[in-house]
Ligand binder design. Structure first.
Ligand code: B16
Ligand code: MG
Length: 217
């Protein structure tokens, strides 16, 4: 096929934001920072290091570099406790159908996530082998909204950026896709993701001829 797809992980394939929230909340409690679900929205699609900075900002707390490193380790250990309990039931609605559709149309796809835990999460839900490539937080030096993660994804697919379609749930991710000159599809609230080229509340809402229309354009 002349087009390819790059999938974000958290918020598109699975909802790991709820586990990130629980783990950040735990850390926030230790630091006596009030941390709400609304605050958690600010961390979506954002790297781990940047997330900690935002959390510390919310609580007006400053830490030494060493304490920051320890906080990041303890948050991730906490988070991994939840991830290790995940299974295929946690794949979001419409994902399996869409991957089957892409396979049958010969449209290739890779993952483009900020998470350093992406391979483990995909393994837990049984999707690791389905992706042709995984570009995650371990392979990039610049986090979203920098387009790096998606540009590496395009290279893995051997496609020009303008022939790549990115599925994203976070503002920073849509921004990254647009900067990369790709076709951006926002999954979630249309008003929040108003910069996306296309919007769907979730993957079950995509029309069956979405890809056919794109290649005809
Ligand atoms: P980790 P995505 C992102 O995943 C999450 O949305 C964001 O909340 C998280 O901080 C980031 O991954 C890093 O995750 O701590 O596992 O390396 O949406 O880019 O798939
Ligand atoms: Mg996401």
């Amino acid at each position: 096929s002349t087009i390819g797809v790059i999938f974000d992980l958290d918020g598109v394939i699975v909802d790991t934001a709820k586990y990130h929230f629980l783990a950040w909340k735990n850390l926030a409690n230790d630091l006596h920072i009030e941390f709400t679900e609304a605050h958690n929205e600010l961390l979506k699609g954002v790297s781990r290091v940047r997330s900690l900075e935002i959390l510390l900002n919310i609580g007006n707390v400053t830490l030494t570099d060493e304490s920051k490193q320890n906080a990041l380790i303890s948050k991730n250990e906490d988070y991994l406790e939840y991830i290790r309990k995940m299974n295929a039931d946690e794949i979001l609605p419409g994902v399996n159908g869409l991957l089957n559709e892409l396979d049958s149309q010969g449209i290739r796809y890779v993952l483009g996530s900020a998470s350093k835990n992406a391979p483990l999460i995909l393994k837990q839900v049984g999707l690791l082998e389905r992706f042709e490539g995984i570009v995650d937080g371990n392979s990039v030096s610049k986090a979203k909204p920098d387009p790096e993660v998606f540009l590496i994804g395009a290279k893995r697919l051997n496609l020009k950026p303008e022939n790549c379609i990115v599925f994203e749930d976070a503002i920073a991710g849509i921004e990254a896709a647009n900067k990369a000159n790709m076709i951006s599809v926002g999954i979630g609230d249309k008003d929040t993701l108003s910069e996306a080229d296309f919007n769907f509340n979730n993957l079950t809402e995509m029309p069956y001829d979405f890809f056919a229309r794109l290649t005809q354009q």
